[in-house]
Design a protein around this ligand. Structure first.
Ligand code: TRP
Length: 456
């Protein structure tokens, strides 16, 4: 599918950023001012890494939110407190200055998902950019997906849309891990079925438009071995069971398959896990775009990195994509009406949005005209923030809907149009992905440096 990379010039977007970042967050005013403070770095409480955090939960007033790579549960009000998460886990916020630096270094406007604060947190992004400034061949990208379902929903597309932008903007290679083993272990899917889902999902990922010259896709069940396995064991040697228990919340009754898995997701952070791409040595750096629930894996990895003789991977992390039914964590693939799938027909999209998209509109038209829609909870507005490219149009919709000039039916109509077009394009692109093309992405043939870091 085509992604939202053609965006208006940087300057035109400045005003819309503040508006959108406000509505996309669950954060209170004090943290808002932290995000947009002129110094940019916030209050400093997010600058320290806490790699050996003893619990994976982050406390929220009136309730405990529980976030780990396998489940996301909001606090008492069902919402995610991202500030608490950053403080607890020791990630840093992405500020305006950092976004501008990315724009300057790449020469292209920041992707809306970055400019609008969806990708909002990072680890060591500055050091990575410093290295890139000196040498544009200094890092590669790594992302992944656990193939737990036949078809992807819109939330699954977000990291891939964003990664495609990063790949094009920085002109660097990308590895995509399909953790069929992870899903086999956690979801009770058979090995054969998990592998099949990995190949099916690969087609949807390829349909996002990754450059086949410098994108390598692999599934664990078929790729793990050789240097990748050697790195896994070296990582595993650095982590005690106590640490793993603290980071991931493992229990004594868990099968040891779970405990053995984190090094599998950690290994791609080291370039020599891919000798056909990067040869020997750990000189190359790694940048990992992911949703913030994956942070525990990479905290563990970063802790092990110095002892591995490698760089700590840098991270760029996103908020969760909200359910159609309202913002209380991430979308669940098991509740059909909580998400829009990339396989949905235009009619299904329309029905789902009209019937299930949580509305911030008022009870009666009179009240709506009087008080306006509530952008903080309105799912159509939030989804438009993710997928409507045009900043000026988005800003206008925000103004009109919150003032009451625009009605719920109208904002839903706009969202239906946007999503029907986007999903339609994805389906077209998916149709064009043949088995032979998939093989090219999975190929372990040696690739040329000028293909990996294309300058055209
Ligand atoms: N664990 C991820 C999931 O369940 C998949 C994954 C593997 C991943 N490696 C990654 C995600 C790197 C982001 C970055 O979806």
């Amino acid at each position: 599918m085509t992604t939202i990379i053609s965006v208006p010039p940087v300057r035109a977007r400045a005003s819309v950023r503040a508006l959108i970042s406000h509505t996309l967050t669950n954060r209170n005013m004090s943290s808002m001012s932290t995000y947009w403070s002129p110094t940019g770095e916030g209050n400093g409480s997010h600058t320290k890494e806490k790699p050996t955090e003893t619990t994976s939960t982050a406390k929220q007033e009136g309730g405990e939110q529980e976030i780990d790579p396998w489940s996301v549960k909001g606090g008492a009000d069902g919402k995610i407190d991202y500030d608490a998460l950053l403080t607890k886990w020791g990630c840093q916020q992405i500020d305006k200055e950092l976004i501008e630096r990315v724009e300057k270094l790449t020469g292209v406007p920041a992707h809306p998902l970055l400019a609008r604060g969806v990708f909002f947190a990072h680890r060591d992004l500055k050091a990575l950019l410093d290295a890139y400034e000196k040498d544009p061949k200094s890092f590669y990208l790594y992302t992944g997906r656990g193939p737990s379902s036949e078809s992807l929903h819109l939330g699954h597309l977000i990291p891939f849309m964003f990664t495609k932008y990063l790949q094009e903007a920085f002109k660097v290679p990308l590895v995509i891990q399909l953790t069929d083993d992870e899903k086999c272990i956690w979801k009770g899917i058979s090995i054969e079925e998990s592998r099949r889902l990995a190949f099916e999902n690969a087609k949807d990922i390829i349909a996002c438009g990754f450059d086949k010259r410098n994108t390598f896709i692999f599934n664990d069940f078929d790729y793990v071995g050789g240097m990748f396995y050697q790195n896994m064991v070296s990582i595993a040697k650095c982590v005690t069971f106590n640490q793993a228990k603290g980071i991931f919340g493992f229990k004594f009754e868990d099968p040891i398959a779970k405990i053995a898995f984190p090094p599998v997701q950690a290994a791609p952070s080291f370039p020599d896990s891919f000798p056909h791409l990067f040869g020997k040595g750990k000189k190359l750096r790694c940048l990992i775009p992911c949703a913030i629930d994956q942070d525990p894996y990479f905290r563990m990895t970063r802790d092990a990195a110095p002892r591995m003789g490698g760089h700590k991977p840098a991270l760029i992390e996103s908020r969760f994509f909200p359910s159609l039914k309202g913002e209380s964590g991430k979308m669940s693939a098991s509740d059909e009406n909580s998400c829009i799938y990339v396989t949905d027909t235009p009619k299904q999209i329309k029905t789902k949005i009209n019937k299930h998209a949580f509305s911030g509109g008022r009870e009666t038209i009179e009240d709506h005209r009087l008080y306006g829609g509530n952008l903080d909870v309105d799912i159509s507005w939030k989804y438009l923030n993710f997928f409507l490219e045009d900043d000026a149009e988005l800003e206008q919709i925000g103004k009109d809907y919150s003032s009451g000039a625009m009605l719920t039916g109208e904002i839903k109509k706009k969202l239906i149009e946007v999503l029907q077009a986007m999903v339609g394009k994805h389906q077209e692109a998916r149709k064009a992905v043949t088995d032979d093309l998939v093989k090219e992405y999975f190929s372990t043939e040696t690739r040329k440096v000028e293909d990996l870091f294309p300058r055209d």
